[in-house]
Ligand binder design. Structure first.
Ligand code: NAD
Length: 265
């Protein structure tokens, strides 16, 4: 019975994807990877090229034994080029890409936006926004028509969320990048590019945001569903956006936040 289930055709059988942004089992990219694996996807991964980053990701992925687990600092063009060359050499194509990467120095996120340093602003924008542009450009030649790309955003890109500061401005730029990339990649190759605006989740990244737990508690109280989002719900929306089920959807931002963002209270 179990064997029959594991052999059934999944939504992503024979599909090859690259997941950028798994740091540990709390990562949103990991929730998506689990959902994708359950639907039969073949996945390649990148990790931040630090010894601890590499160790954590390799340990997590050990049972899955992916063919590619590659170091990649998205601030480094040579790293990005190496990743896509390795995907080309191994698979010859790429059907989908998950971009789940953001960073700003915690001190920059914690200070009022007006006090953001020039260097901090550039670093946050480079890692959290430009990286999507850079990876889309490299992915495009490898992607057949109908391929898909998904990135992760947060409501702080649409409204002022005190404490989110420079990262809110990055998310606004990321969300509009999604629209311009959807145009470019759609016209060029019918590739779709979408974003998920996720409700607050306890992850390595969110640990850098001051009063995060308070934000999370507040979000649960205000949300229509009176709770915070579950990782599996981000995973399943990822499946939808990355699969043919969302065939006519591109340049879109889907809120997976239990309805938090529609409430005016
Ligand atoms: P996470 O820490 O698990 O993931 C962030 C990833 O970014 C890590 O894998 C990290 O290695 C990677 N990264 C940082 N700098 C990098 C660089 N220079 N090069 C390559 N990779 C780099 O945290 P997460 O919460 O899963 O974050 C994933 C995405 O989801 C981010 O874009 C984040 O802003 C977004 N998001 C998170 C929340 C939340 O509450 N956690 C809510 C909405 C959106």
């Amino acid at each position: 019975m179990a064997e029959a289930a594991s052999q059934r055709m999944g939504l992503f059988s024979n599909k090859i994807g690259l997941v950028m942004g798994v740091a540990n089992d709390h990562s949103i990219a990991w929730a998506m990877s689990e959902a994708l694996y359950a639907e039969g996807a073949e996945l390649a991964f990148t990790h931040l090229p630090t010894p601890s980053g590499e160790r954590r990701v390799k340990r997590l992925l050990e049972p899955r034994a992916p063919k590619l687990i590659l170091p990649c600092d998205v601030q480094n063009d040579a790293d990005i080029a190496r990743v896509f060359q390795a995907v080309r050499d191994t698979y010859e194509r790429l059907d989908f890409l998950v971009h789940s990467i953001a960073f700003a120095p915690p001190a920059e996120i914690r200070r009022p936006y007006v006090d953001t340093s020039r260097a901090g602003w550039h670093m946050a924008m480079d890692i959290s926004v430009y990286s999507l542009v850079a990876v889309c450009r490299e992915a495009m030649p490898l992607m057949p028509e109908g391929s898909t790309i998904v990135t992760l955003s947060y409501f702080g890109g649409e409204k002022v969320m005190p404490g989110y500061n420079v990262m809110g401005v990055c998310k606004a730029a990321l969300e509009h990048s999604v629209r311009y990339l959807a145009w470019d990649l759609g016209r060029e190759k019918k590739i779709r590019v979408n974003a998920i605006s996720a409700g607050p989740m306890r992850t390595l990244s969110s640990a850098g945001i001051s009063d995060f737990d308070q934000m999370r508690d507040h979000a649960a109280k205000k949300a229509c569903l009176n709770r915070n989002v579950f990782p599996e719900e981000l995973g399943s929306t990822g499946l939808y956006l990355l699969s043919h089920l969302s065939g006519g959807v591109t340049g879109e931002l889907i809120h997976v936040d239990c309805g938090y963002s529609i409430v005016g209270l």
